[in-house]
Design a protein around this ligand. Sequence first.
Ligand code: BES
Ligand code: MN
Ligand code: ZN
Length: 510
Amino acid sequence: MKQIIAVDIKTRKVEPARCKTDMLVVGRFSDGVSLDKVGKALDEKLGGAIARLAKLGDFVGKAGTSAIVYGDGKLPAQRVMLIGLGEPKKATLDTIRKAAATAANQAVNMKIQTLSLALHQAAQGKFDTVGMGKAMAEGAYFGSYRYDEFITESQNGRRNALKVEVVDAEAGSIKTLNKGLAAGAVIGRAQSYARTIANRPGNVITPSTLARAAVEMARGTKGLQCTVFDARHLKTKRMGGILAVGAGSKNEPRLIILKYTPAKTPAKGSPRVALVGKAVTFDSGGISIKPSADMDQMKLDKSGGIAVLAAMKAVAELGLPVNVWGLIPSAENLPSGSSYRPGDIVTTYSGKTVEILNTDAEGRMILCDALAYAAKQKFETIIDIATLTGACMVALGQYKAGLMSNDDDLIEMLRKASEDSGENVWHLPSGDEYADEMKSKIADLRNTGGRWGGACTAAAFLRQFVGETKWAHLDIAGMDILQKGTDYAAPGSTGFGVRLLVTYLMNLTT
Ligand code: BES
Ligand code: MN
Ligand code: ZN
């Protein structure tokens, strides 16, 4: 099978105007102010071509726009790609990340071999240089990613590798950029790994093959250890929620547990963190079957679990001094003679009983067992991530994930991680009113609430399985589904959550 594009990213000490490359990439803000130093040097050598573009109005630096100018022998670079960074006051590190992703995406389309990024130059002094290095690396991986492992046609194929270099004339900047680049490359690679596993369809990734992938990943990563509970083990543990959801499929459920042992001792008072991710390898809805339109997209219902898997890989590769485990409950939700049914009462791992009103509300049924298990292991912080509710998509669209929590500090830390990573979250409630709706007359809980506020009632259900532990829930429904693709992202999985979770854990160490 085809490998994904291998990205190699380094720094190179060279003046951009003297850089020999297939494509040099520079950013420009839309404030109409004259070009920065690098832009000026390039414009001069190009005989004023960049200034002419601006004068004609063809490229003025608006966000989301770009233009290509050819070197024509006037520059050692074959092409110069200008990318609009928009208004300076609106710019964030994500502006740089997206610009790098846009350039990398174009580079793959154009079958370019070497891409040279000087995107940090225009924003010099605006953001810290380490952060810009990290953002450019993450963006280069993100934009160059393609999912084509099952395309057997070789015509018009893409290149197998992309060489990316971040160019700067100053040794000092190179050193600082390198720091960010190293972290960004690890995170970028982990996110691409997540996208590939998430993009694989339900006939390829089942709970058992996902578990195998996790074992394999852990075997190749220092500091990681993977344990898998199979269906028999889940029965002896009485994990009734995971078993109920998995009952309808021949592909039996699993609980995947990844334990990370840092080589460097975490700082005193650093919390033990459990990351819990929903991995429903295919969600048909079960007996409460979904409509057939777009049901194929429900192969992406494993994205939360895969974000945890990839975040664990990145944390270990970065050698972060944190205590963290990844817990990934995995099942396939199918209708059959052995499926769980509406009306069933399921006894979960916590001992709490749940009346099933809709078998399509299956995510919370597998998560509640993993959450209760994490609470029992006395983690100080539990963060779960799941493609949990269509209601969250209705509320927030595909731009922000829902964030529910029982702890204000944790909310703040995740907000900060969201800002730093460009993976956006929005705080939503999950308190008592919502929990009340999840009470059953014939069991402790029911698995669906009323008509309104479905993202909040789902979170309120989960909240009841963590006891007093600090907990946050990320509802990422829709965040991982790109049916069309954009200027900087290929269609399919976006690997949402990998950058957010790793950045949260990195921030714990600084
Ligand atoms: N996996 C879905 C949520 C989902 C929907 C994710 C669309 C991405 C796109 C989840 O298991 C589900 O089916 N939720 C139900 C809950 C309902 C039955 C209470 C929903 O949102 O409709
Ligand atoms: Mn469902
Ligand atoms: Zn689901």
